[in-house]
Design a protein around this ligand. Structure first.
Ligand SMILES: Nc1ncnc2c1ncn2[C@@H]1O[C@H](COP(=O)(O)OP(=O)(O)OP(=O)(O)O)[C@@H](O)[C@H]1O
Length: 297
């Protein structure tokens, strides 16, 4: 089941085309990462699906329904860090957020604080919190009203590795408790660790989208090394099934259809072509590799 469907969204700011025909859908129960270099349109897209901005054309719908206030109550958002009061406790800050936003009942504050693991520190002043705790409180605010969906824009921005790990763990826990999570991020490694699905954007266009495992494993990448890499490049260009070929430093890297990387066969092919390999390795495709392949083409 899909919780969000985006169809052919376009958005321009004057001459700048921020979104150029974006379409994809978000499955229920997923952790859906929206990845892209700076300026690729992630924030613009999130702002549109949260009714903060209007698209020039295209449509989106949550839960296969037309946009409504009831529906908005099912979506918790963290677009930018809220302005919490430094001299107030977490509980009091969330109470103010609750009253202003009209989201959630009074008893829900403790539940939200428990979910973001700040319950024990609920009476401490906000000013005494670490950056990671402050960000967890912001996610706690997004949880008021018990939304089934959370939309988070760069939730680990500015955090140190410990803070990033805490947020990562929290996102996984919230997802295990039933929240579908849509998260825009530029941290490829983090997205690879936590996301089930990913959409990769560049210059307002969607480059690819799908389950992380599928996006990453389009082809098998094999690294080869020999004394003369130019000859190796020429010879491997003739190897059956090569989808793409390039040099990286002294190595030749070939892309083969998924599951087609037979190292023994490649080795004997090279040997029979007069090349003795000094390096032969199947590279585990990382999302980072795929991201750079897609965004640099
Ligand atoms: N209010 C605005 N006025 C003019 N141009 C804008 C405005 N907001 C965004 N843009 C432009 O639209 C494009 C997409 O920006 P957007 O902030 O959506 O990208 P992003 O992927 O979220 O980037 P970042 O990771 O840097 O936040 C960029 O070229 C940006 O300069």
């Amino acid at each position: 089941m899909k919780v969000l469907e985006i169809n052919n969204i376009h958005k321009s700011y004057g001459a700048t085309k921020a979104l150029n025909g974006i379409s994809f859908s978000v499955p229920k129960g997923s952790i859906f990462g929206i990845l892209g270099p700076n300026g690729s349109g992630k924030t613009t897209l999130l702002s549109i699906i949260l009714d903060v901005l209007k698209a020039n054309s295209g449509t989106f719908n949550w839960f296969s329904e037309a946009s409504s206030e009831v529906q908005r109550q099912c979506i918790g958002t963290l677009l930018e860090t809220p302005n919490f009061y430094h001299y107030l406790s977490a509980t009091n800050n969330l109470e103010i957020t609750r009253q202003i936003s009209g989201r959630g009942k009074k008893g829900e504050i403790d539940i939200a604080l428990q979910k973001v693991k700040l319950f024990d520190r609920r009476n401490s002043k906000f000013s005494t919190y670490s950056l990671g705790m402050k960000q967890r409180l912001a996610i706690g605010a997004a949880l008021l009203g018990s939304p089934s969906i959370l939309v988070l824009d760069e939730p680990t921005n500015g955090l140190d590795p410990v803070g990033i790990a805490e947020i990562r763990e929290l996102i996984l826990e919230l997802n295990a408790k039933g929240h579908t999570i849509i998260v825009a991020s530029h941290l490829l490694d983090e997205v690879e660790k936590i996301c089930t699905h990913v959409a990769i954007m560049k210059f307002g266009k969607l480059l690819t989208c799908g389950p992380v495992a599928e996006v990453m494993s389009n082809d098998d990448l094999v690294e080869l090394g020999a004394e003369n890499s130019e000859v190796l490049l020429f010879v491997m260009g003739k190897y059956l099934g090569v989808l793409n070929i390039r040099t990286e430093k002294n190595l030749v890297v070939i892309g083969l259809p998924k599951g087609a990387a037979d190292l023994e066969e490649i080795n004997s092919f090279c040997f029979n072509s007069g090349i003795v390999l000094n390096h032969l390795y199947v590279r585990k495709q990382k999302l980072e590799t795929r991201f750079f392949e897609l965004t640099q083409n």
